[in-house]
Design a protein around this ligand. Structure first.
Ligand code: C2E
Ligand code: MG
Ligand code: MG
Ligand code: MG
Length: 278
């Protein structure tokens, strides 16, 4: 794991050992305490079908005692994602089992970071969890950011292909922000492309941005992938995303990430139609 990180970010490992800013140490200490004292949690942001606003899944997002914008980059950079990632997976599987017991079969998306994919025990760990909760792989989608999915590492391609064989869906997260080649996208055989919020933000205002989004949707459709628009905040974004063929959406317009119990309530209603949208 350390070797893998070194290959990816040689300078950060260097600074990690010699010169860690106080703020980072403070965050690391808090997250380690959270881990030891059971304060790592996941909350759920619903994903909706854009034509009908039906809830078709949710993304599990990690929460701890440090705000996510501060915590997550530090967890990833300083090798804590190995342990934290296992905890997140365990929680996500646990809640997915609860959902199943309540009769809800929507797939749950879990963010997986590079250190996890590079871990040779990762596939075995996931298999063990599926068995422990007696769940099928197709209950899950693993989201891998585009920049990490494009890393030229045979081990990652192999891990992803094994996950796929277990029925787990693969989603390319934050698409448009990395630099993956189209051949790479084809190779990974993902089922879903999540277009980054940076593009969705102005999709109804900037024709060039709209062109890029349409291009992404077309590429996805050529490769038989669904598209999810991330971070939809305004209702004006909806008709334009529908028009270019984007199948699903996620964002504050529909729902912020919510605690498990609230997510269950939303699932009971089944739909998240924003006011004033047909
Ligand atoms: P992401 O995977 O792209 O997740 C989407 C982020 O956008 C989430 O932030 C979510 O709360 C936020 N978001 C959703 N809708 C809107 C919206 O309409 N407007 C705005 N402004 N934001 C919206 P969060 O939870 O802070 O997570 C940030 C990033 O941290 C995630 O980006 C993901 O890369 C990473 N992350 C979060 N949870 C986990 C985790 O459990 N494991 C791993 N490896 N990474 C995680
Ligand atoms: Mg994600
Ligand atoms: Mg994303
Ligand atoms: Mg994003």
């Amino acid at each position: 794991q350390r070797e893998a990180l070194k290959r990816k970010r040689p300078f950060l490992i260097f600074s990690a050992e010699l010169d860690v800013p106080n703020k980072v140490i403070e965050i690391l200490t808090k997250v380690k305490d959270d881990l030891n004292e059971g304060r790592i949690e996941v909350i759920f942001q619903p994903k909706v079908e854009l034509q009908t606003f039906k809830i078709v899944g949710a993304e599990a997002l990690m929460r701890c005692s440090v705000p996510p914008a501060d915590a997550i980059p530090v967890i990833v950079e300083y090798s804590l994602m190995y342990d934290v990632g296992r905890k997140i997976l365990e929680k996500s599987f646990y809640y997915t089992k609860l959902l199943e017991e309540k009769g809800f079969g929507v797939p749950i998306s879990v963010n997986i970071s590079y250190v996890q994919l590079a871990d040779r025990q990762f596939v075995r760990f996931v298999k063990k969890l599926l068995k422990k909760f007696s769940l099928e792989g197709n209950r899950f989608i693993f989201e891998i950011t585009e920049s990490e999915a494009s890393l030229d590492d045979e081990c990652i391609v192999e891990t992803i292909s094994q996950l796929r064989k277990m029925g787990i869906g693969i989603s390319i997260d934050d698409f448009g922000m990395g630099y993956s080649s189209l051949s790479r996208l084809k190779l990974l055989k993902a089922c879903e492309l999540k277009i980054d919020r940076a593009f969705i933000k102005d999709v109804d205002k900037d024709p060039e941005i709209l062109g890029i989004v349409k291009f992404a949707v077309d590429v996805a459709s050529l490769l038989s992938m669904r598209t999810v628009a991330e971070g939809i905040e305004r209702k004006d974004q909806v008709p334009i995303l529908r028009r270019v063929g984007c199948s699903e959406g996620q964002g504050f317009l529909f729902s912020p990430p919510v605690e498990f119990r609230e997510f269950v309530e939303l699932l009971k209603k089944g739909y998240l139609r924003p006011k004033g949208v047909k």
